[in-house]
Ligand binder design. Structure first.
Ligand code: NAD
Length: 247
């Protein structure tokens, strides 16, 4: 069990996290994933992972709770083996212009997207440093690089993820650990479907030079690349997958 490849994915039940879990399973990783509340999606993912033929472990938790995240990481190492790849994908949006944003909308996004990622990274780092190996992949966004009106909370959390990941890259490179960020543009998932009406969606597509939203599977390809030795000389990178929306 101990030399098996294990990948841990937060927010694995849906969207980009789900696609990353399936893609890493295709790469041969056993998968430990967490999710917040959607047990049906989690069960569906488990079934698909079994069909691929890898071991998997689901955990329902809130990434805002550091003790729960630490317990999940320990359980993963005990039941599946050493975590070689960690993907921090769990995230939420609560969009409003800053002027109208409630304290709760601000805190919930910062707690989930920034504190939640920090909890995952701190929990996996200790065993990775001991073993002197690991690849960490965080999910930022083009909003975190360029800002986006109506997404002050989200953009700030995603900019924080970039700073956190780059800092980590500097801190733990000497322990053989790499930390990189993927910054997607508009990707077809529940997150964008819930946030956009039809008119906003058309405007967004018009602003994308490649003329469409990306797919979660296209983002998962980048995750697979950053997890693998093909990216052995990359750390602290921000890989934008955005159809050119920022050009
Ligand atoms: P999604 O809404 O489809 O899925 C979110 C996942 O996060 C779910 O599995 C959910 O259970 C989990 N989650 C949410 N809050 C949680 C919590 N408190 N504790 C544990 N799990 C929690 O979202 P998505 O579109 O797949 O987005 C995944 C990541 O990619 C997010 O960090 C998001 O900000 C980022 N991103 C998405 C897009 C996009 O266009 N969809 C663009 C840029 C960045």
């Amino acid at each position: 069990m101990s030399d098996r490849n294990v990948a841990l994915v937060s927010g694995g039940s849906r969207g980009i996290g789900r696609a990353a879990a399936l893609r890493l399973a295709e790469d041969g990783y056993a998968i430990s994933f967490c999710y917040h509340s959607d047990t049906e999606s989690a069960a569906r993912l488990g079934k698909e992972l079994s069909e691929i033929g890898v071991d998997w472990l689901p955990e329902q938790l809130d990434v805002c709770e550091p003790d729960a995240v630490r317990a999940w990481v320990s359980r993963t190492e005990e039941e599946l083996g050493p975590i070689r790849v960690a993907v921090a994908s769990a995230g939420v949006t609560r969009d409003k212009p800053l002027l109208m944003m409630s304290d709760q909308d601000w805190s919930q996004v910062m707690d989930t997207n920034l504190d939640g990622v920090a909890h995952v990274l701190r929990a996996v780092l200790f065993p990775m440093v001991k073993r002197k190996s690991g690849s960490i992949i965080t999910l930022s966004s083009v909003s975190g690089v360029y800002g986006n009106p109506g997404q002050g909370n989200y953009s700030a959390s995603k900019a924080g993820i970039i700073a956190l990941t780059r800092t980590l890259g500097k801190e733990v490179g000497k322990f053989g650990i790499r930390a990189n960020t993927v910054a997607p543009g508009m990707i077809e998932t529940d997150m964008t479907t819930a946030a956009l009406g039809e008119a906003a969606r058309r405007r967004a597509v018009d602003a994308i030079p490649l003329g469409r939203f990306g797919t979660a599977e296209e983002v998962a390809e980048a995750v697979s690349f950053l997890a693998s030795d093909k990216s052995a000389y990359m750390t602290g990178s921000v890989l934008q997958i955005d159809g050119g929306i920022v050009l």
